[in-house]
Design a protein around this ligand. Structure first.
Ligand code: GLN
Length: 290
């Protein structure tokens, strides 16, 4: 089938759901992913045709897109902080806000010209995007990444291989003492970072159906009456396991900035800062252990 015709079918079937521009982006992502054909080649060679099995693959993608399955899960990959990451339904699709958190950490530790090696722990690593992009971009780091989900850890391990970094993966929960027994008694970290579940059930109506129906609820949602559950557990863990002057970094729920900040200011953290993301929402929190 001629690719241009297929592109037309994508528009007829999907424009009403996604808009013309996004449908074009999906289509070009697919031509690159499945055919290794870059966008420019389609313009230069409008008669470009593909085989029957290739056409079948595109129709399968079309069906999935009609069901509002995220393109990242359909292709099984995405990009985060300029690096490739495999994703599936067991891990969240990495978000741009999280890239901002990673960037904050990288800028801090690159500019402070740390000579000695730093030890980092990422709690609730999911696809491994935070741990791996830190390991890739900071010299001299020893990175640990923890998750309760075996399936998520499988994906994260693949991503560490794909990006050629060494990460110490730990299967444990931050909510019970499996994480204490899984980590060394003297696990003194310079940095603890986490993007834990923080969306309250009451915010479900704000969440897009493609997120709600496809992404792992385990990684997203918390109960309305205890939305800071993970932040409390991680802060307590950090009080014991961060070195003096070690830094705790969180991605946070934009509606709970002050409450989350209070968790750190009310305990042994200083220089606590609440930072906004590019959309102007309270999204990042950092504090230094006294
Ligand atoms: N930012 C994500 C979302 O809005 C939530 C991530 C999380 O719960 N940690 O879908």
């Amino acid at each position: 089938m001629v690719l241009k015709e297929l592109q037309n079918i994508f528009h007829i079937e999907l424009d009403a759901i996604y808009g013309k521009h996004e449908v074009d982006s999906f289509f070009y992502l697919c031509t690159e992913h499945y055919l290794n054909v870059p966008r420019i080649q389609l313009t230069l060679d409008p008669g470009l045709a593909i085989t029957k099995p290739e056409t079948d693959t595109f129709f399968k993608v079309l069906e999935d897109l009609k069901q509002q399955k995220p393109i990242q899960y359909i292709l099984g990959e995405t990009e985060f902080y300029g690096l490739p990451f495999k994703v599936n339904e067991h891990v969240l699709i990495p978000r741009p806000e999280t890239e901002e958190l990673v960037d904050l950490i990288i800028r801090t530790f690159t500019s402070s010209a740390v000579e000695k090696s730093i030890k980092i722990l990422d709690i609730g690593t999911g696809s491994g995007c935070i741990a791996i992009s830190l390991a890739k971009n900071l010299p001299n780091v020893e990175v640990y990444a923890l998750d309760i989900s075996k399936e998520a850890l499988k994906v994260a391990k693949q991503n560490a291989e794909l990006n050629k970094v060494d990460i110490n993966f730990i299967e444990a929960s931050i909510l019970d003492n499996t994480c204490h027994s899984a980590l060394d008694a003297d696990s003194n970290f310079d940095v603890i970072v986490s993007n834990p579940p923080y969306v309250r059930n009451l915010e479900k109506q704000e969440i897009q159906p493609n997120v709600l129906d496809n992404e792992p609820h385990l990684a997203l949602f918390v109960e309305d009456d205890n939305p800071l559950l993970f932040y409390k557990a991680i802060t307590n863990f950090a009080l014991k396991n961060l070195k003096p002057k070690g830094t705790l970094y969180f991605e946070i729920n934009q509606y709970l900035g002050e409450e989350t900040k209070a968790l750190l200011t009310d305990t042994n953290f200083q220089k606590v800062e609440l930072l906004k993301d590019l959309n102007g929402n309270d999204r990042m929190l950092k504090g230094i252990k006294i």
